[in-house]
Design a protein around this ligand. Sequence first.
Ligand code: IMP
Ligand code: MG
Length: 175
Amino acid sequence: MKIHDKEFEIFIAHEELQEKIAITAAEINMDYHDKEVHFISILNGAFMFSADLFKNITVPCYMHFLKVRSYEGTQSSGAVSNIIGLTDSMEHKHVIILEDIVDTGATMQHVYREIAKLNPASIKVASLLLKPDAYGGDIKINYLCYSIPNKFVLGYGLDYDGLGRNLKDIYQLKS
Ligand code: IMP
Ligand code: MG
Protein backbone atom coordinates (compact mmCIF):
# COMPACT_ATOMS: atom_id res chain seq x y z
CA MET A 1 0.00 0.00 0.00
CA LYS A 2 1.30 3.45 -0.90
CA ILE A 3 0.87 6.43 1.48
CA HIS A 4 2.37 9.70 0.27
CA ASP A 5 5.72 8.58 -1.23
CA LYS A 6 6.26 5.37 0.78
CA GLU A 7 5.29 1.70 0.52
CA PHE A 8 3.82 -0.07 3.54
CA GLU A 9 2.97 -3.70 4.27
CA ILE A 10 0.57 -5.21 6.80
CA PHE A 11 2.12 -5.78 10.22
CA ILE A 12 -0.59 -6.40 12.87
CA ALA A 13 -4.15 -7.26 11.83
CA HIS A 14 -7.16 -5.59 13.43
CA GLU A 15 -8.50 -8.80 15.05
CA GLU A 16 -5.16 -9.48 16.70
CA LEU A 17 -5.04 -5.90 18.00
CA GLN A 18 -8.50 -6.29 19.50
CA GLU A 19 -7.55 -9.49 21.34
CA LYS A 20 -4.41 -7.97 22.76
CA ILE A 21 -6.17 -4.77 23.82
CA ALA A 22 -8.87 -6.81 25.60
CA ILE A 23 -6.14 -8.65 27.56
CA THR A 24 -4.51 -5.34 28.53
CA ALA A 25 -7.90 -3.96 29.62
CA ALA A 26 -8.46 -7.06 31.76
CA GLU A 27 -5.15 -6.41 33.54
CA ILE A 28 -6.22 -2.84 34.24
CA ASN A 29 -9.66 -4.00 35.46
CA MET A 30 -7.93 -6.33 37.90
CA ASP A 31 -5.36 -3.81 39.13
CA TYR A 32 -7.98 -1.06 39.63
CA HIS A 33 -10.88 -3.26 40.82
CA ASP A 34 -11.46 -1.02 43.87
CA LYS A 35 -10.63 2.31 42.22
CA GLU A 36 -11.81 4.84 39.66
CA VAL A 37 -9.53 5.37 36.68
CA HIS A 38 -8.88 8.62 34.85
CA PHE A 39 -7.50 7.83 31.42
CA ILE A 40 -5.59 10.59 29.65
CA SER A 41 -5.39 9.87 25.94
CA ILE A 42 -2.60 11.57 23.99
CA LEU A 43 -3.95 12.99 20.74
CA ASN A 44 -3.89 12.57 17.89
CA GLY A 45 -2.45 9.09 17.53
CA ALA A 46 -3.92 7.35 20.57
CA PHE A 47 -7.60 7.95 19.81
CA MET A 48 -8.37 4.53 18.31
CA PHE A 49 -6.44 2.55 20.89
CA SER A 50 -8.05 4.64 23.64
CA ALA A 51 -11.56 3.98 22.33
CA ASP A 52 -11.07 0.22 21.98
CA LEU A 53 -9.36 -0.13 25.37
CA PHE A 54 -12.03 2.03 27.03
CA LYS A 55 -14.83 -0.22 25.71
CA ASN A 56 -13.24 -3.14 27.59
CA ILE A 57 -12.89 -1.33 30.93
CA THR A 58 -15.37 -2.44 33.60
CA VAL A 59 -14.31 -0.29 36.58
CA PRO A 60 -15.63 3.28 36.90
CA CYS A 61 -13.62 5.33 34.42
CA TYR A 62 -13.23 8.74 32.86
CA MET A 63 -11.59 9.76 29.58
CA HIS A 64 -9.60 12.96 29.11
CA PHE A 65 -7.59 14.16 26.12
CA LEU A 66 -4.27 15.95 25.75
CA LYS A 67 -2.84 17.08 22.46
CA VAL A 68 0.90 17.06 21.82
CA ARG A 69 3.14 16.94 18.78
CA SER A 70 6.70 15.67 18.36
CA TYR A 71 6.88 13.99 14.99
CA GLU A 72 7.88 15.36 11.57
CA GLY A 73 7.41 12.90 8.68
CA THR A 74 8.88 9.54 9.70
CA GLN A 75 11.42 10.88 12.24
CA SER A 76 10.86 11.82 15.88
CA SER A 77 11.93 15.46 16.27
CA GLY A 78 12.67 15.10 19.97
CA ALA A 79 11.07 18.44 20.78
CA VAL A 80 7.56 18.09 22.16
CA SER A 81 5.29 21.05 21.60
CA ASN A 82 1.76 22.30 21.50
CA ILE A 83 -0.15 20.87 24.43
CA ILE A 84 -3.87 21.43 24.42
CA GLY A 85 -4.38 20.93 28.09
CA LEU A 86 -6.64 19.17 30.50
CA THR A 87 -9.74 20.94 31.71
CA ASP A 88 -10.42 18.75 34.76
CA SER A 89 -8.45 18.48 37.99
CA MET A 90 -6.30 15.34 38.38
CA GLU A 91 -5.62 15.98 42.04
CA HIS A 92 -5.78 12.72 44.07
CA LYS A 93 -7.01 10.82 40.98
CA HIS A 94 -5.64 7.55 39.64
CA VAL A 95 -4.35 8.40 36.20
CA ILE A 96 -3.42 6.11 33.30
CA ILE A 97 -1.76 7.83 30.34
CA LEU A 98 -2.74 6.26 26.99
CA GLU A 99 -0.27 6.42 24.12
CA ASP A 100 -0.35 4.83 20.67
CA ILE A 101 3.40 4.36 20.47
CA VAL A 102 6.44 5.14 22.61
CA ASP A 103 9.40 5.71 20.31
CA THR A 104 12.24 7.89 21.71
CA GLY A 105 10.10 8.48 24.81
CA ALA A 106 10.32 12.29 24.55
CA THR A 107 6.56 12.69 24.33
CA MET A 108 5.86 10.36 27.23
CA GLN A 109 8.53 12.00 29.39
CA HIS A 110 7.03 15.43 28.71
CA VAL A 111 3.43 14.38 29.35
CA TYR A 112 4.32 12.34 32.44
CA ARG A 113 6.10 15.31 34.02
CA GLU A 114 3.21 17.66 33.24
CA ILE A 115 0.71 15.28 34.80
CA ALA A 116 2.91 14.61 37.84
CA LYS A 117 2.72 18.36 38.61
CA LEU A 118 -1.07 18.04 38.96
CA ASN A 119 -0.65 15.97 42.13
CA PRO A 120 -2.55 12.81 41.14
CA ALA A 121 -2.82 9.84 43.54
CA SER A 122 -0.98 7.64 41.01
CA ILE A 123 0.21 7.67 37.40
CA LYS A 124 0.63 4.64 35.18
CA VAL A 125 1.29 4.37 31.47
CA ALA A 126 -0.40 2.17 28.86
CA SER A 127 0.90 2.05 25.31
CA LEU A 128 -0.21 0.05 22.32
CA LEU A 129 3.31 -0.08 20.88
CA LEU A 130 6.88 0.42 22.10
CA LYS A 131 10.07 0.59 20.05
CA PRO A 132 12.56 -0.62 22.69
CA ASP A 133 15.58 0.04 20.43
CA ALA A 134 14.64 3.72 20.10
CA TYR A 135 13.43 4.23 23.67
CA GLY A 136 15.77 6.34 25.77
CA GLY A 137 13.39 7.19 28.61
CA ASP A 138 13.26 6.02 32.19
CA ILE A 139 9.48 5.99 32.59
CA LYS A 140 8.07 2.52 33.00
CA ILE A 141 5.45 1.43 30.49
CA ASN A 142 3.14 -0.42 32.88
CA TYR A 143 0.74 -1.82 30.29
CA LEU A 144 2.12 -2.64 26.87
CA CYS A 145 0.45 -4.46 23.99
CA TYR A 146 3.42 -4.88 21.63
CA SER A 147 7.19 -4.32 21.52
CA ILE A 148 8.07 -3.73 17.86
CA PRO A 149 11.22 -3.26 15.74
CA ASN A 150 12.55 0.24 15.17
CA LYS A 151 10.67 0.76 11.90
CA PHE A 152 8.04 3.33 11.02
CA VAL A 153 4.45 2.07 11.38
CA LEU A 154 1.06 3.53 10.55
CA GLY A 155 -2.66 2.80 10.71
CA TYR A 156 -5.06 2.36 13.61
CA GLY A 157 -4.66 6.03 14.61
CA LEU A 158 -0.98 6.35 13.64
CA ASP A 159 -0.20 8.58 10.68
CA TYR A 160 2.45 9.45 8.14
CA ASP A 161 2.17 13.21 7.66
CA GLY A 162 -1.52 13.10 8.43
CA LEU A 163 -2.54 10.13 6.32
CA GLY A 164 -3.18 6.52 7.30
CA ARG A 165 -4.92 7.00 10.65
CA ASN A 166 -8.14 5.46 9.30
CA LEU A 167 -6.62 2.06 8.50
CA LYS A 168 -7.98 -0.79 10.66
CA ASP A 169 -4.71 -2.72 10.72
CA ILE A 170 -1.19 -1.58 11.56
CA TYR A 171 1.23 -1.35 8.65
CA GLN A 172 5.02 -1.21 8.59
CA LEU A 173 7.32 0.66 6.24
CA LYS A 174 8.61 -1.73 3.59
CA SER A 175 12.40 -1.98 3.69
P1 IMP B 1 8.46 9.85 20.83
O1 IMP B 1 8.27 11.19 21.48
O2 IMP B 1 9.71 9.79 20.00
O3 IMP B 1 8.39 8.69 21.79
O4 IMP B 1 7.32 9.69 19.77
C1 IMP B 1 6.06 9.47 20.16
C2 IMP B 1 5.02 10.04 19.21
O5 IMP B 1 5.48 10.06 17.85
C3 IMP B 1 3.87 9.12 19.26
O6 IMP B 1 2.90 9.69 20.07
C4 IMP B 1 3.41 8.99 17.84
O7 IMP B 1 2.34 9.88 17.62
C5 IMP B 1 4.58 9.40 17.00
N1 IMP B 1 5.27 8.20 16.44
C6 IMP B 1 6.35 7.56 16.93
N2 IMP B 1 6.71 6.51 16.17
C7 IMP B 1 5.81 6.48 15.16
C8 IMP B 1 5.63 5.60 14.04
O8 IMP B 1 6.36 4.62 13.79
N3 IMP B 1 4.58 5.90 13.23
C9 IMP B 1 3.74 6.95 13.43
N4 IMP B 1 3.87 7.78 14.47
C10 IMP B 1 4.89 7.56 15.32
MG1 MG C 1 0.97 9.99 19.64
